[in-house]
Design a protein around this ligand. Structure first.
Ligand code: ZN
Ligand code: ZN
Length: 267
């Protein structure tokens, strides 16, 4: 990243340069920003006043006193909104991120005045959503759900001995919900249910119709070995990006157990 970043209004009459570090970067949903920009919300960053230097057109800027403490300024020729200042923080200037020609030292980190947002604003990111009188208070109930919106509902396996196979899956760590002679129901992390229903023994070596994933493959391998389940050797790249081993289920299916390979975000 360059040491400093240039910015300008739409017509170019006003141009300036900012030199990070910046102080914050946030999406503002307040009604003044919305109306001022004709936009759903406006992304601002803050910077110390002495890190903002005009290259041209400071005299073209028009300052509008938008509240008792706030002043917004825009280009007097093209109307582009560029800056917001507050007497409460006289050493800081807020700058419209979209006016810059390049990136700054941080990404937008939050939504502020989120409870003032327009009805038609559809926010789907995972940033904190703040609001209230100051615009930056936590909003109970408004925080994003960090997990994906859907999970696998049911997987099913036809097995010749439901009770024995069910006991095997319970030993692996599934939660037993129904254990019967002709129907078994087992719950996995994330809410997926495994249905066991009657069926003939599979041909030798038939893979199960699903695989399993664990956070710690080595610990799982050791635990399953201690349970007498005779896990196979841990192999790399049986499936790309995963380490895995196999288990022989009592039903005759071969089950692959994989190391988890997720984004690092909640699942
Ligand atoms: Zn302009
Ligand atoms: Zn605002």
């Amino acid at each position: 990243m360059a040491d400093s970043v240039t910015g300008a209004c739409l017509c170019g009459a006003v141009s300036f340069r900012v030199t990070p570090p910046t102080l914050f970067c946030a999406h503002c949903h307040c009604s003044m920003c919305r109306r001022n920009h004709g936009a759903s919300y406006v992304t601002w960053f803050g910077i110390a006043r002495d890190r903002l230097a005009f290259e041209a057109g400071e005299d073209v800027l028009v300052r509008h006193r938008s509240s008792e403490h706030g002043t917004r300024s825009f280009c007097g020729r093209c109307g582009s909104s560029l800056f917001c200042e507050s007497t409460r923080q006289p050493d800081h200037v807020d700058v419209v991120l979209a006016s810059l020609d390049g990136p700054i030292d941080r990404a937008p980190a939050m939504h502020v005045y989120f409870d003032s947002r327009a009805d038609w604003t559809d926010v789907r990111d995972e940033l904190p959503r703040l609001g209230g009188a100051s615009g930056v208070e936590p909003l109970p109930g408004a925080q994003p759900e960090p997990r994906p919106g859907v999970c696998v509902g049911h997987v099913a396996l036809a097995v010749p001995d439901i009770e024995k196979t069910g006991a095997f899956f319970a030993a692996l760590g599934m939660r037993e919900l129904v254990r019967g002679a002709d129907f078994g129901l087992y719950e996995l992390r994330g809410g997926t249910h495994l249905l066991l229903f009657p069926g003939g023994p599979p041909a030798p070596g038939t893979p199960a119709s699903f695989d399993l994933m664990v956070d710690d493959l080595d610990a799982a391998h050791a635990r399953f070995a201690a349970l007498g389940l005779a896990p196979g050797e841990i192999e790399r790249e049986r499936t790309p990006h995963h380490r895995s081993f196999t288990l022989a289920a009592p039903s005759g299916h071969v089950l692959v157990v994989q190391s988890s390979h997720v984004s690092g975000k909640p699942v």
